[in-house]
Design a protein. Sequence first.
Length: 104
Amino acid sequence: MYYIYMLRCEDNSIYTGIAKDLEHRLNEHFTKDEKCAKYTKSHKAQKLEIAWKTQNKSLASKLEYAIKKLNKNRKEKLICEPNLLREFFKEKIDKNEYLLYKIK
């Protein structure tokens, strides 16, 4: 299983990433561990907005890339309405691929 997640940063920006171990990866971002993303080193991560669990790394990578291309308004909408992930990216999600929503 892999996760795609969106973090709210101190400056109200949104960071999107993928992880195999979500809890561990979030800890790296929040503590500014040497392995945290360059973006979250300079834009302090405040909280997890949303995460989705996927069946494989390939799907997680496709979705992460697609989410990163969205403008801020679309990202905010996706956070508020997580079921829009399938609607926004139906061409990237095969009907047989496993996708769960998890909101924090």
